[in-house]
Design a protein around this ligand. Structure first.
Ligand SMILES: *Cc1c(COP(=O)(O)O)cnc(C)c1O
Length: 371
């Protein structure tokens, strides 16, 4: 048996009959950049994310970059974020010559610990970027409270969290000033290439984001600000429009698989060796990843790979230990909880098309490793 970490061909087979005609339609139209397909998609996603506005952009990374540009982040400004995320979260801050300021995580959820944010605020702090890691939202109420108190912007990195909900059914990208999404093919809503999106409830920010997306031009050829080419392709929007209609059924499939693993771990008495992901009460976890904390993690990863099971370490190195951030002056051990997570966790396959046989094979292989 083989179990890949993700099987996008399995997903494509189920929707090929819907996707191929819309792709052909874009080709026939020869309208490739922005346009009606993108506008249609933006309206649908804004609605899905409970945000007033949504704007398609070129990637999740560019969503973060354009969001920071829209709030006018300047060289030397400080932006607080978690030390444990995909590189783009911190990279976007540094690319604007602002200073990323890191915070340790809540060891249960792997998300930024709001109780540790206020200590990091200085007169240079301009914004906070919480990340909704693996598909479960960060604890947003205390973060928004701190932001209000200190007059800071909050940019949600929701790249792994489309449709994820905080308490009271509030969705990712609807709480902070700007929400940033990615349609990288392996995200829960993945395109046929790079793509991203920003959401906001603020009309002024929306207007600014819209100009920045196209070199800051308004009207065409007149530039009051400097933007870039952050546009989304019509082809991606057409594909994503079709896929968005399936997202809730795919999310349900991921959640069902997570339940299956949780129960399978209990039935096999595996909790001695591995800890399943913690789901916060009242949240909607969309399981972009199913993350285990495991004893002898590196050996387990090796063993699973030898047995044809895809798995991955997200992420082996926290930001404070990245070579490129040495200049920030952090050291090893500065963020013990995140660093422990980086040493102990692995992702196992969770994609919706997994069969029960495949999931049982994953669980039995883990059991065999520890036996
Ligand atoms: C994927 C991801 C990004 C970047 O998205 P791209 O579309 O790959 O540029 C940013 N932040 C997080 C947390 C991500 O998982």
């Amino acid at each position: 048996m083989q179990v890949p970490l993700l099987d996008l061909k399995a997903q494509y087979r189920t929707i090929k009959h819907e996707i191929d005609p819309v792709v052909q339609e874009v080709i026939e139209s020869q309208y490739f950049i922005l346009g009606p397909k993108v506008a249609e998609f933006e309206e649908a996603v804004a609605n899905y994310c409970q945000a007033n506005y949504a704007l398609g952009v070129s990637s999740g990374t560019d969503a973060l970059l354009i969001a920071l540009m829209a709030i006018d982040i300047q060289p030397g400004d400080e932006v607080i974020t978690t030390t444990y995320s995909f590189f783009a979260t911190a990279g976007s801050i540094a690319r604007l010559h602002a200073k990323p300021v890191f915070v340790d995580i809540d060891p249960q959820t792997f998300n930024i610990d709001p109780a540790k944010i206020e200590d990091k605020i200085t007169e240079k702090t301009r914004a906070i970027i919480p990340v909704h890691l693996y598909g479960q939202m960060a604890d947003m109420d205390p973060i928004m409270e701190i932001a209000r108190k200190h007059n800071l912007y909050v940019i949600e990195d929701a790249a792994q969290a489309i449709g994820s909900e905080y308490v009271d059914g509030r969705r990712a990208g609807s709480i902070g000033h700007i929400g940033c999404f990615s349609f990288f093919p392996s995200k829960n809503l993945g395109g046929f290439g790079d793509g991203g999106l920003v959401t906001t409830n603020d009309e002024k920010l929306y207007e600014k984001l819209k100009y920045l997306r196209n070199h800051g031009a308004h009207p065409k050829y007149y530039h009051k600000m400097i933007g870039g080419n952050f546009r989304l392709d019509a082809l991606q929007a057409a594909v994503l429009n079709v896929k968005l209609k399936h997202l809730d059924e795919w999310t349900a499939g991921r959640q069902k698989n997570a339940d299956f693993y949780d129960q399978g771990i209990e039935q096999r008495a595996l909790q001695k060796y591995v800890t399943p992901p913690v789901r916060k009460e009242g949240y909607r976890h969309i399981f972009n990843q199913y993350i285990l904390r495991a004893q002898k993690r590196d050996e387990l990863v090796q063993y699973l790979k030898e047995h044809q099971i895809g798995c991955e370490i997200y992420y082996p190195v926290t930001f404070n230990n990245q070579e490129c951030f040495k200049y920030l002056g952090y050291g090893k051990g500065d963020f013990p909880l995140a660093e422990k997570a980086a040493d102990e966790t692995l992702a196992i396959p969770i994609y919706p098309e997994l069969t029960d046989d495949q999931k049982n094979y994953v669980l039995d292989t883990i059991l065999n490793f520890y036996k």
